[in-house]
Design a protein around this ligand. Structure first.
Ligand code: NAG
Ligand code: NAG
Ligand code: NAG
Ligand code: NAG
Ligand code: NAG
Ligand code: NAG
Ligand code: NAG
Ligand code: NAG
Ligand code: NAG
Length: 397
């Protein structure tokens, strides 16, 4: 495939991957940038631009690290590794270490999860060294209190490429699936690099992570995918300083979540000037009844990227989403929200905006059921009491 055959969406995919470096001015890690580009190229082009062998050589390197490690020419691989790491257990914490080059306890994240004892009341910190971990990871319900500590979301990532078709449906396509309570992730990315669905594709949904345990917190994490990136499924969740990329319904589920200072980046295809096409949605919240206390609150976030998208569409009739103090770019469709083409939902949907700014924040032509919240209505969505944080959320520390 020649350079000029690179499609626009592909370019935007690459730019979106790169955007985080410039916006967040993270320490530059050229190797990881290259990796992301390779993955984006592979993922987001219809015919592979980067040859499969190239991606596999990266994989291969991970699979054969023991050999490298013992090889005298690469014996220095672990020299930079912190000595005496991990430290011994304390009364409250165990630490397990994952390094894909074989420099400590485990080379795969799942092996470390498997080593955590069942129903531990202690927190187990799984320290994950920089690198791309090509594996599907599941944290079962009986392994609460696990922390994934990466080295920065631009340098540590768990990557897989299942789709709804290749797993047992969208809900099982996640590269990482968390069923346990009290999960914490810091400074790590979750990616699904399955091919971007073409319009009309069926079964191409590809989740990066499914969060199905209560009381989960994500600090400085990245979520990369296209359709259905972040399955914010159920329970109470906190997301801070995160980068979330996708196209259609890219934050979806029926959780009660508070998103603070996050970047939401749409990868929907660019829409020609003058066209009224809407080709994506940031959220698809799935609240099913009035009695459910679920919903997504976005506070002090930024929304940008490409395409023309809704802030949310009503996956289920009582869908509840609020954007507050958030900067909205012109990718937001002026109507703002969508009822999933079911007008009976207009009465039960709760879609609110409060003190947002930017070209996408003009509410004058919003759908009639969208609400411009007053101070009283907005208040419950504006701080972490929305997710009962005083009961469980620990500071970043
Ligand atoms: C840890 O537990 C042991 C055994 O129960 C106890 O003797 C020790 O004082 C505890 N240490 C701390 C720092 O709490
Ligand atoms: C991890 O490595 C440390 C240091 O070598 C060791 O003390 C500890 O027992 C290992 N833990 C596991 C579960 O293998
Ligand atoms: C461990 O998980 C249990 C069940 O989710 C929870 O009650 C407990 O507070 C957690 N402990 C820690 C140290 O997070
Ligand atoms: C890890 O995340 C925290 C919280 O978002 C952030 O303040 C910190 O700079 C991040 N560290 C690295 C190494 O990326
Ligand atoms: C995931 O990637 C592998 C290696 O490129 C490929 O064989 C497999 O078909 C892909 N799976 C999906 C669902 O695209
Ligand atoms: C998913 O599977 C269905 C039924 O086998 C098929 O029609 C469809 O093309 C598949 N989708 C993709 C993206 O491969
Ligand atoms: C909002 O949009 C309406 C309709 O397009 C326009 O008349 C109005 O000037 C806009 N308001 C601002 C503050 O841009
Ligand atoms: C805010 O809106 C609610 C619902 O429309 C209304 O009942 C309430 O009086 C309003 N409060 C203020 C302070 O305007
Ligand atoms: C959080 O918001 C609630 C309103 O829902 C308010 O009562 C409370 O004082 C606020 N807490 C903080 C710490 O601002």
């Amino acid at each position: 495939m020649s350079l000029k055959a690179i499609s626009l969406p592909l370019l935007f995919a690459i730019f979106a991957s790169l955007a985080m470096y410039t916006h967040l001015s993270l320490p530059n890690n050229p190797k990881f940038v290259k990796h992301l580009i390779d993955l984006s190229l592979k993922t987001f082009s219809s015919s592979p631009f980067v040859s499969t062998p190239m991606v596999y050589s990266a994989l291969d390197c991970g699979l054969h690290r023991h050999k490298h490690h013992q090889d005298s020419t690469t014996g220095s691989l672990c020299d930079d590794f912190p000595p005496d790491f991990p430290p011994p257990d304390t009364n409250t914490t165990s630490i397990l270490c994952v390094d894909r080059n074989g420099c400590c306890n485990f080379t795969m994240v799942q092996s470390a999860v498997d080593a955590v004892s069942v129903l531990s009341q202690k927190r187990t910190i799984i320290w994950i060294n920089s690198g791309v971990y090509y594996e599907k990871v599941i944290i079962p319900k009986n392994k609460p209190n696990i922390t994934f500590q990466g080295q920065g979301f631009a340098s540590t990532a768990i990557v897989w490429n299942d789709t709804a078709n290749s797993s047992h449906g969208t809900f099982y396509s996640g590269s990482v699936q968390v069923f346990a309570a009290n999960f914490i992730a810091k400074n790590i990315s979750f990616m699904n690099v399955a091919p971007i669905p073409k319009p009309g594709d069926v079964g191409a949904q590809a989740v990066a992570i499914r969060v199905a345990g209560d009381q989960a917190a994500f600090w400085g994490c990245g979520f990369f995918g296209s359709q259905d990136t972040l399955h914010d499924d159920r329970g109470r969740h906190y997301f801070r300083d995160c980068y979330i990329q996708g196209s259609i319904d890219f934050i979806f589920g029926d959780a009660r979540s508070f998103y603070e200072n996050c970047q939401l980046i749409s990868m929907a295809n660019p829409v020609p000037v003058g066209s009224k096409v809407i080709n994506g949605a940031i959220t698809a919240h799935g609240r099913t009844s009035m009695d459910e206390n679920t919903g997504y609150a976005f506070v002090a976030c930024t929304v940008g990227g490409t395409g023309r998208v809704w802030l949310g569409r009503a996956w289920r009739p009582f869908s509840r989403v609020v954007f507050a103090y958030t900067s909205l770019s012109d990718i937001i469709a002026s109507e703002g929200w969508n009822d999933f083409n079911d007008p009976t939902r207009d009465q039960s949907i709760f879609y609110g905006e409060y003190m947002c700014k930017g070209p996408g924040a003009n509410t004058s032509t919003r759908v009639p059921y969208a609400q411009k919240l007053n101070d009283t209505q907005a208040s419950i969505f504006l701080n972490v009491s929305f997710i009962d944080a005083d009961q469980w959320l620990q500071p970043y520390a």
